[in-house]
Design a binder for this molecule. Structure first.
Ligand SMILES: *Cc1c(COP(=O)(O)O)cnc(C)c1O
Length: 368
C-alpha cells in the first residue's frame, strides 16, 4: 500500500459550502444511493490557459458551472473523463485504487482530444482533497463506494475549429450502492453489427464523452432486445470482438485460461481489465490477449471449450455474461449461473479494494 504523499505542484484552496446537506439527509441518501444520482457537497476544480498553464486549484461547493455559450466543449465535444472509486475499509480508513493509472489514462485521452495534460500529482491530489472534504459521504455498507468522476472540458469562447486555449478540470463525487443489489446475476448482451462506438484512427482508446454519445443508439437497440449491454465489433472488418459500451470483455476456457481482445487502438484500456489480467496470472491462469472472432466464441461454447464470459469495469467490477444475442442468433444460456472463475476473480479484486486481502502490487492509495 502506498501511503506516501509528495507535495503537489499547486496548493488547493478550500472554500467550504455554507449549506451542506444535514447528517440526516446524507444518511437517507447513503442508505439507498443507487448510481450517479446524488452528489456530495463539494467538487474539485483546476483551470488551465495557454498563458498560465494549470492554475487556481480549489475545492468549492458543488454547483452549476458557468459556461459561455460559445465554449468549444458545447460545439466540438472537446471533453474527456475518468471513473474511479473511494472505498471505506473496515477500520474506517478510505482508499482508492490505482489512481496513477487513471491519471495516465486521462493524460492519453487529453493528448488525443487536444486538451492539456493534467500532471499525475495534481490528479491524485484533487481526489485526496475532495474525498477528505467529503469523507462523510463515503458509505460503509458492503460493496458500496464513493464514485469519483474527474473530467476536463475545453471552455474557450471561440467557434473556430482548433484546440481550445482555455480548459478546466473538475472532480465530482457520487455515492454508489452495491451494483448487484440482489446478488451478482449474469446478464445478456447484444451484438451491434451495424453501428460502432469507435473507428480506426478515431477516439475509441480515449475516454471521451463522444464515444458514449455514439454508443447510445446501439445501447437502446440492446435494451429493445432484452439485453442490458451492447457489444461492439472492430469497425474495419466487423469480425473481431472489441468491447462493451463501457466495459471490457473476457472469455474463460475449460482449462482455466482467459481470453480477452487485444488492445486494437479502438478499445478503451480498462484499469479493471489490466488488474484482472494481473490477478488471474497471479492465481496461475494463463491470459491471452489477441484477436477473437464472434465465430470463435460461438464454436467454443458449442464444443464446451469456452465455459464462462464476463465484462469488467470500475462501476460494476465484474459482470458475468449469460448470453450473447444478435440478429437471428444467440450464444450461451441466459439462465446459467455465474461462472466459477468469473466469481473468484471478482471476489479477489473486491477483497483487495476493500482491504480484506493483501495488496501485493501496491495498488491502493490511502485518502483518509
Ligand atoms: C471506462 C471504460 C471501460 C472500463 O475501464 P475501467 O478503467 O476498468 O473502469 C471500458 N470501456 C470503455 C469504453 C470505458 O469508457
Amino acid at each position: 500500500m502506498n501511503t506516501e504523499s509528495a507535495q503537489p505542484s499547486l496548493a488547493f484552496s478550500i472554500n467550504r459550502s455554507t449549506h451542506p446537506r444535514s447528517a440526516e439527509e446524507r444518511a437517507t441518501i447513503l442508505a439507498k444511493p443507487g448510481f450517479g444520482q446524488y452528489f456530495t457537497d463539494h467538487m474539485a476544480a483546476i483551470d488551465w490557459s495557454i498563458e498560465q498553464g494549470w492554475h487556481d486549484a480549489r475545492i468549492q461547493p458543488y454547483g452549476p458551472l458557468q459556461l459561455d455559450p460559445a465554449s468549444s466543449v458545447l460545439h466540438y465535444g472537446q471533453e474527456i473523463f475518468e471513473g474511479l472509486k473511494a472505498y471505506r475499509h473496515a477500520d474506517g480508513s478510505i482508499w482508492t485504487f490505482r489512481p496513477d493509472a487513471n491519471a495516465a489514462r486521462l493524460q492519453r485521452s487529453a493528448s488525443r482530444l487536444a486538451l492539456p495534460q493534467l500532471p499525475t500529482d495534481l490528479f491524485v491530489e484533487s481526489i485526496k482533497q475532495l474525498v477528505q472534504t467529503d469523507a462523510d459521504w463515503v458509505p460503509s455498507a458492503p460493496e458500496t463506494s464513493l464514485y469519483l468522476r474527474p473530467f476536463s472540458i475545453a471552455n474557450e469562447s471561440f467557434l473556430g475549429v482548433r484546440a481550445a486555449q482555455r480548459a478546466a478540470y473538475y472532480v465530482i463525487a457520487s455515492p454508489a450502492g452495491a451494483y448487484f443489489a440482489k446478488g451478482v446475476a449474469p446478464v445478456s448482451i447484444w451484438l451491434s453489427t451495424e453501428l460502432n462506438r469507435a473507428g480506426r484512427g478515431g477516439t475509441g482508446a480515449a475516454k471521451c464523452g463522444g464515444n458514449y454519445a455514439a454508443s447510445l443508439v446501439p445501447q437502446q437497440e440492446a435494451s429493445d432486445n432484452g439485453c442490458s449491454q451492447v457489444l461492439f465489433l472492430d469497425s474495419v472488418e466487423g469480425k473481431y470482438l472489441e468491447e462493451l459500451g463501457g466495459m471490457n470483455l473476457f472469455l474463460v476456457r475449460k482449462d482455466g485460461s482467459l481470453l480477452t481482445p487485444a488492445l486494437s487502438g479502438s478499445i478503451l484500456e480498462g484499469i479493471t481489465r489490466a488488474s484482472i489480467i494481473q490477478l488471474a496470472r497471479d492465481r496461475g491462469h494463463e491470459v491471452e490477449e489477441r484477436r477473437i472472432t464472434v465465430e470463435e466464441w460461438r464454436e467454443g461454447v458449442a464444443s464446451g471449450d469456452i465455459v464462462e464470459a464476463f465484462a469488467c469495469g470500475t462501476a460494476a467490477v465484474v459482470t458475468p455474461i449469460g448470453q450473447l444475442k444478435g440478429h437471428g442468433f444467440a450464444i450461451g444460456n441466459p439462465d446459467a449461473p455465474a461462472g466459477k472463475i468469473t466469481m473468484e476473480l471478482r471476489q479477489a479484486l473486491t477483497d483487495l479494494q476493500y482491504g480484506r486481502a493483501p495488496d501485493p502490487h501496491g495498488w491502493l492509495v490511502r485518502l483518509v
